[in-house]
Design a protein around this ligand. Structure first.
Ligand SMILES: [Zn+2]
Length: 345
């Protein structure tokens, strides 16, 4: 069985690994048919998070059920399934209230012991999935792997950012970061009726992608993004800003781009602590909200948008490689080559 293991920063290898087995009767084994390398995998790749050497990476995937535990009710061998990258038990107070990303047993594939039990990742020929009835959902036959794979993490992250950010018809939405989360947040904003969508980045290739999707690109290396956004809104700023990079400076930029009483919806991956301009936020009554994105909560709705042709997340897949070439895929993703690399077994 082949899988991609992390050993040290910038050192990942495809190797033979022991075959995963069902541990609990609520588990399933899934054979991935398409996986991706997500921006948060890069935090591990670069050594920003402490995972155990030898852990299998990857958390965004679709696949086919190979085996189910005795207590699994909704699935059987051979079903095409869409997993949630976030694992939740489906039974705790948070799950029962629809807050799956805050489940008391929350976990994520491929993050080693960062979230408790060490879960092996999806860049593998076979993956153990806990709480299979909650984590997996059957995939309709008319939705291809290409269109479905980003629903296991990236698309719900972008969707949650604009949905929970309260985007309304006619709103001006600004997105900081033209990676897959940011661009999909832009598409979801349009779906919710947003007017102009502005996308801020510094990479020409990504800004061109933003333009091709119908957004107004702003190159932050050439112009002050906040000044540009204010000049387009009689000096106000954007109604809703999505921060889709992670880290202190992108968050401060996002706060700056929002109008008074506007909302900053934080979808980027934040690891470190830093000081926020609380006085300025209070005085301007800007609302700062944090959204991890919740595939279990949003996948049904998103799959319906995809089936109806209203959303096509497969446009983010710009490169394709085989699992055996995963180390090369990480190098490409690390260099921000293209938007999203997809891997087949
Ligand atoms: Zn739970």
């Amino acid at each position: 069985l082949r899988a991609l293991r992390w050993y040290a920063p910038y050192d990942v290898r495809v190797e033979d690994v022991p075959e995963p087995r069902l541990v609990k009767d609520t588990d399933a084994l899934v054979r991935p048919t398409l996986t991706t390398i997500c921006g948060s995998d890069l935090h591990i790749y670069r050594g920003h998070l402490n995972i155990v050497p030898g852990n299998i990476l990857g958390h965004e995937f679709v696949g086919v059920v190979e085996e189910v535990g005795a207590a699994v009710r909704s699935l059987s061998r051979g079903d095409r399934v869409l997993p949630s990258c976030w694992v939740a038990d489906g039974t705790c107070w948070y799950c029962r209230h629809g807050y799956y990303t805050q489940c008391v047993n929350v976990n994520i594939f491929g993050f080693g012991p960062v979230y408790g039990e060490s879960l092996e990742g999806a860049l593998s020929e076979l993956v153990r999935v806990p709480y299979a009835d909650t984590v997996l959902s059957k995939l309709p036959d008319d939705v291809t792997d290409d269109k479905a794979v980003l629903v296991s993490d990236t698309l719900p992250a972008g969707f949650a950012a604009v949905q929970e950010g309260g985007v309304k018809a006619g709103d001006m939405v600004a997105v900081v970061g033209a990676g897959a989360v940011g661009l999909l947040a832009g598409l979801c904003a349009k779906l919710l009726g947003a007017g102009e969508v502005i996308v801020v980045d510094v990479l020409p290739e990504r800004l061109e992608m933003a333009r091709s999707l119908g957004f107004m690109p702003i190159d932050a290396s050439l112009a002050d993004a906040a000044e540009q956004v204010r000049s387009l809104t009689d000096g106000r700023g954007a109604d809703v800003v999505v921060e889709a990079v992670g880290g202190e400076q992108p968050l401060l930029t996002a706060i700056d781009l929002a109008r008074k009483k506007g909302t900053i919806s934080v979808a980027g991956f934040h690891i470190h602590e830093y000081t926020l301009p609380a006085g300025q936020l209070w005085l301007t009554e800007k609302r700062l909200i944090f959204c991890i994105g919740d595939p279990i909560k949003y996948r049904r709705e998103l799959i319906e948008h995809i089936r109806a042709g209203r959303l096509d997340p497969s446009r983010m897949i710009t490169h394709r490689l085989r699992l055996e070439e995963a180390p090369k895929a990480f190098e490409m993703a690390d260099r921000k080559q293209g938007i999203r690399v997809a891997l087949t077994p």
